[in-house]
Design a protein around this ligand. Sequence first.
Ligand code: SF4
Length: 91
Amino acid sequence: MSVKADYASWWDLAACQRVDPELFFPVSQVGPAQLQEARAKSVCARCTVQMQCLEYAMATHQLHGVWGGLGENERRRLRAVHTAERDLVQQ
Ligand code: SF4
């Protein structure tokens, strides 16, 4: 089953379902938004489906917000590493 199709199997277990969704979408990466992102990541840290969430976010190219314990810039860097590794393998 694909990561996308498997979404329903873990979403019900998401720790963020009991938190204001706005917490996971800071409006910027600086100032008070950094504290907001840290608070969102603390929810992710105790979420039992963190890995599934991160896999989903990467597979569906989620650009905004905190997913799987990673912020936007962290997921962007992770995507760059994956792309570089894939390119190395294909050479
Ligand atoms: S890892 Fe974070 S964003 Fe993902 S489902 Fe869990 S609490 Fe929500």
